[in-house]
Design a protein around this ligand. Sequence first.
Ligand SMILES: [Fe+2]
Length: 313
Amino acid sequence: MDYVGLDGAVYGVTDLDRAAQFFADWGLRKVRAPKGAVAFETVNGSQITLRRHDDPTLPPAIEPGSTVRQVFWGLGSKKQLAAVEQALAKDGPVHKDKDGTLHTRDPMGLAVGIRIARRRPLKALATPINAPGKITRVDTRSTIYERAIPQTLGHIVFTAPDVDAMERFYTKRLGFWVSDRYKGRGVFMRCAREGNHHNLFFIKSADGKGHLNHVAFMVRDIHEVFGGGLHITRQGWQTEIGPGRHPVSSAYFWYVKSPAGGACEYYADEDHVTPKWKVRALETKPENFAEWALPDGIHRSRGDIKERGASSS
Ligand SMILES: [Fe+2]
């Protein structure tokens, strides 16, 4: 199966105003939403919807408090949607909306929607990089981002009670592909045979229950990871970890604690994989999570960082 990607996530939150302020500061565009909801889009139209946690229209939560209540995956054609419907029908009747969206629950009880993708194709916008022997930026300054404008939803991560059950459901029923594993502990999956290293990652939970870990937003390049992280810090939000770099996908990251539950991640320059990619079984150890990372963010160069030579030290 080849999904276009992670098409949307619906949060149930305890403080709607604070969560909405966070996603506005995060760089998303507010769009029209049904009554009781606040909705945002990335540049390509993938969506974040916020509702109050006790909103009766929301599916049941996998955990108390603010968290993701529903995840939408976007397909490119009605034919593929029909194929997923057929696979899901092996487990019983499939609930279908008037617009054709399929609704199911994964093995930990998270509501999953499968629909024709609403996302739009992205234009290539990354800043060209100069390397020895390969000059791609001439007479042009590199970009300094005042803030991030996330291009698309990229991946979502949960801790799960039974990682093997999650892998079976997403590969056998929804048609996802395994990209890598943490031995006996986690599985990185992608939703198309060729594409981003992972769109979905489950890691075994310590308490035997499901929890949201983070939702990740792809930005244009490493400079925007830094610019976005600096901006969100200036707005008063707290870094969870970052900036840093993930060896498993090669991506640069910056995680920020989210009032909507879990964390949100800016990331850039992820590996792009095909069926030729060799699935690895990695040890769960800190150096496989991050080649390097700052524990607590960085702060913008202002008056507090003296120019070299201007200081007496
Ligand atoms: Fe991530």
